[in-house]
Design a protein around this ligand. Structure first.
Ligand code: VG1
Ligand code: CO
Length: 543
């Protein structure tokens, strides 16, 4: 058995986006495509000799092949140990948890998250650093630069060991430990939440429907909700991770999780509905006939955080991504704690969490998390809600309405124009940017603009800067329109338009969201000339 050096040619465009390198499966199946990227990554990681790497994925098509390749490459690179999830399975938050608990050097997550899977779907690879969080931009840019000049990669010519059963194997000098994907994560949840209170809630007859969408959240939700907390068998549905997610699109929003929405609108609806995405870092919360906006969820969890044992002493601060609604800012203000506004993507929360400046973080895209790991965490958010409901009583809807009555309601929606022509989308953004200097002081659709800019961020901890993170138009009453292009799509470009309007008066908090936002929607379409640039009169997805 030997380590061999294989000559290779660079591939163009191996550029990590918002959340790792994400491409069609067919792209990843090209000869040496994954190998080139992994070698480029390893080349950018200093002092890995003898270190521990964590490895797993969401079980989608190509996951197993990729695990085998990466094990053989880790063995050729001098790592001491790889902790690999049994059957190649580890959710994104579980990778983060395992890295931290075992003081690993870093970890690799094989997932294209909420993108569709299967042979015609997407695949992805993300690298997480020693704090358990996504690689910072400095590292992902270095890896991309390296992919352009790679000439060879190193790999063991030995076959990868069996990772379907627990056990320990040697591959060259590398120790491969097959770990239970759930155990460390379940232990962390047990330390975080009041499991007795949640178990009592289930014993009282409280009914939950948890839709894992045939993705990686299933084993975690089954073990914890049904196994540990005593929820009846069948509480978790679509619980087996399938290579093609059973043709579901594991993107938990009211559009893609329509089956859950239908169950939650039925006459005999359960008390609480929830879903997780492909890699189980996202969550959707639904009450009876009542989907909760992710931005509201972050604000509400922050407001009730002290009922959770881990946060009993209060929060250090809250962080949200820029397009996320300002509902959390109002809670932070009331609590007298800091609120940070970061660019889109979880990597920007890492420093704030490490420095103890923020405890809870969230994004409008169904992502919520805290300092318990360095990723957003779907099941954690579900358990947080159950803990709050168990202690506070009431229903999902009554909790949200009480929140609005106290803090006001931030009407919120995101309009996605998916798979549009890339050149048109770039021109649209360029035209918007060109208009920025003269927008402030003007009125759009009768609404005076207070501020218009291209969001730039300086990390308060390490001083690093990120510019061009999204065009935002802020109106005099605090309403906002944000425009940005997605960094996770694999077809053409996706334009995201984020819309937000604040309403303090409880008598006006019950308008349908799209109606409440209509003047902003019209203003956004006209300002960005969306139809002219994309050819679309309507968004493809509204959440
Ligand atoms: C999207 C979301 C962003 C999220 C990212 C990764 O990015 O908008 O909030 O952090 O996906 O989520 P973009 O660039 O397409 O807007 V996941 O669940 O893929 O790790
Ligand atoms: Co995800």
């Amino acid at each position: 058995m030997a380590i061999v050096s294989v000559p290779t040619q660079p591939y163009a465009g191996q550029q990590p986006g918002t959340s790792g390198l994400r491409k069609k499966v067919t792209v990843f199946q090209q000869p040496d495509y994954l190998e080139n990227f992994v070698q480029s990554l390893f080349d950018c990681l200093p002092n890995t000799a003898g270190q521990t790497l964590v490895l797993g994925g969401d079980g989608r098509f190509h996951n197993r092949v990729a695990v085998q390749t990466i094990l053989r490459m880790a063995a050729a690179h001098g790592f001491g140990r790889v902790l690999v999830g049994q059957r190649g399975i580890l959710s994104t938050p579980a990778v983060s948890c395992v890295i931290r608990k075992h003081h690993a050097y870093g970890g690799i997550v094989l997932s294209a998250s909420h993108n569709p899977g299967g042979p015609d779907g997407d695949f992805g690879i993300k690298y997480n650093v020693g704090n358990g969080g996504p690689a910072p931009e400095k590292l992902t840019e270095a890896v991309f630069a390296r992919t352009k000049e790679i000439k060879s990669y190193r790999i063991s010519d030995q076959g990868a060991p069996d990772f379907d059963r627990p056990g320990t194997h040697h591959l060259e000098a590398l120790l491969v430990e097959v770990i239970d994907p759930v155990a460390d994560y379940a232990a962390l949840m047990r330390e975080t939440f009041d499991f007795d209170a949640i178990a009592r809630l289930f014993r009282s007859g409280f009914r939950v429907r948890c839709d894992a969408m045939n993705a990686v959240g299933g084993p975690y939700a089954k073990a914890i909700l049904e196994g540990e907390l005593g929820a009846p068998a069948g509480t978790v549905v679509n619980a087996e991770p399938l290579e093609d997610f059973g043709h579901l699109h594991p993107d938990p929003n009211p559009v893609n999780a329509e089956d859950l929405i239908a169950h939650m609108s039925a006459a005999d609806a359960p008390d609480f509905g929830c879903a997780t995405d492909g890699d189980a870092d996202r969550n959707m919360i639904v009450g009876r006939n009542f989907p909760v906006a992710p931005s509201d969820s972050l604000a509400l969890l922050a407001a009730h955080a002290t009922v959770v044992p881990r946060y009993a002493k209060g929060l250090a601060g809250i962080a949200r991504s820029m397009p996320t609604s300002t509902a959390a800012d109002r809670v932070a203000k009331a609590l007298g704690i800091a609120c940070y506004e970061t660019p889109t993507g979880w990597k920007f929360f890492g420093n704030l969490l490490d420095a103890g400046r923020a405890t809870l973080c969230g994004e409008e895209s169904y992502g919520t998390g805290s300092d318990h790991v360095r990723e957003k965490d779907g099941l954690w958010a579900i358990l947080f809600w159950l803990n709050v409901l168990a202690v506070r009583g009431g229903s999902v809807e009554s909790l949200v309405r009480a929140h609005w009555a106290t803090y006001g309601r931030n009407y919120y929606s995101r309009h996605d124009y998916e798979a549009v022509d890339s050149a048109g989308a770039s021109t649209l953004m360029a035209e918007l940017r060109a208009q920025l200097p003269r927008l402030a002081g003007q009125s759009l659709n009768g609404m005076p603009v207070a501020q218009a800019d291209d969001f730039a961020y300086t990390d308060p901890v390490d001083g690093s800067t990120s510019s061009k993170q999204g065009v935002r138009v802020i109106f005099a009453d605090g309403s906002r329109i944000v425009f940005r292009l997605s960094g996770t799509g694999t077809e053409g470009a996706t334009l995201r338009v984020y819309l937000e309007k604040y309403e303090a008066d409880p008598a006006r908090q019950d308008v349908p969201t799209q109606v409440a936002l209509a003047p902003l929607i019209d203003a956004a379409r006209a300002l960005a000339r969306i139809e002219q640039h994309t050819g679309r009169t309507e968004p493809s997805v509204v959440t």
